[in-house]
Design a protein around this ligand. Structure first.
Ligand SMILES: [Zn+2]
Length: 293
């Protein structure tokens, strides 16, 4: 989980969201608001205006995804659902709030998160309160790290050096808010469950493999060397200028790395570069530009 770079919606779509939100907010009790939010959400694309608004919202959310088509929580499965970070059943006043949306997969949305949510109560304290359904939450001081406004890497570290590929809180003080937020987030979303750690491990090798190829291609000076350094499936057109063909292969590898699932693994390799095995440090010394990707 890394932070999402937000994009702006058109005024028309923002107006539509505001209108829908107002319908919810106009209800006089929490339960009525919750009910209205659910009904309005289920019927959000029923009108021409609503359909256009949510087509734009989906498009923008896709562009904002942390990797091509992947879930912004687990970074693994296909992102299909518009997910409310603050659940709409608990926070109906955020049901039609642009900054409360991200794309998530069915696994994270339905199997893990659902409407589970916890806040610190009293506000600002380190006392966790799991929220009950059908009761208005005492505040918005959420434990879940909000990828629309925060970077989970400020709270969690991926254990690459120890080879477990588990996400653990950076702050080791279990009574601290930072520890609790990191820990709650990985537990709520099952970020250390199923095959995710093993997949992250494989992804690390894949990243290193691609970077190795990049470093080999980078030093080639003619077509023979380029063919030798590239993948057998890479198409190289010797009628083109050598430098252009080489540049294209390098750009392709960079784009591959930047659009792969599990961007956290890539970012953690870079963040922990000083502790990485010598072989990886040497590789990055050959390709220092990769530290900025
Ligand atoms: Zn997911």
């Amino acid at each position: 989980m890394i932070n999402i770079i937000s994009k702006n919606l058109s005024q028309k779509t923002l107006d539509f969201l505001a209108e829908k939100q107002q319908e919810v907010n106009n209800k006089t009790t929490f339960l009525k608001q919750k009910d209205r939010a659910k009904k309005s959400w289920d019927g959000k694309t029923g009108s021409k205006k609503g359909n256009a608004a949510f087509t734009e919202i989906r498009t923008k959310l896709k562009e904002m995804n942390v990797g091509e088509g992947i879930c912004n929580y687990c970074e693994q499965d296909t992102s299909t659902d518009i997910e409310h970070i603050f659940p709409k059943s608990l926070y109906p006043e955020k049901a039609f709030l642009w900054s409360n949306y991200l794309l998530a997969c069915k696994r994270c949305n339905m199997d893990y998160k659902n409407a589970n949510f916890a806040v610190f109560n009293p506000l600002g304290s380190a006392n966790k309160e799991d929220l009950a359904q059908n009761t208005q939450p005492p505040n918005e001081d959420a434990l879940l790290i909000n990828p629309r406004s925060e970077n989970a890497m400020d709270f969690l570290r991926l254990d690459i050096i120890g080879n477990t590929f588990l996400l653990t809180p950076i702050n080791r003080d279990t009574t601290s808010r930072n520890y609790q937020r990191g820990n709650y987030t990985q537990e709520l979303l099952g970020l250390n469950k199923e095959k995710l750690p093993q997949i992250r491990k494989n992804v690390k090798y894949n990243y290193i493999d691609k970077l190795e190829r990049y470093s080999k291609i980078k030093v080639t000076t003619n077509f023979d060397e380029l063919k030798e350094a590239s993948h057998p499936m890479d198409r190289i057109n010797e009628n083109n200028q050598f430098e252009n063909e080489k540049k294209q292969l390098l750009r392709g590898l960079e784009a591959y790395i930047l659009n792969s699932p599990h961007p956290t693994v890539w970012k953690e390799i870079k963040r922990q570069i000083d502790k990485m095995p010598n072989k990886i440090q040497v590789l990055f010394a050959k390709v220092p530009e990769a530290l900025r990707w």
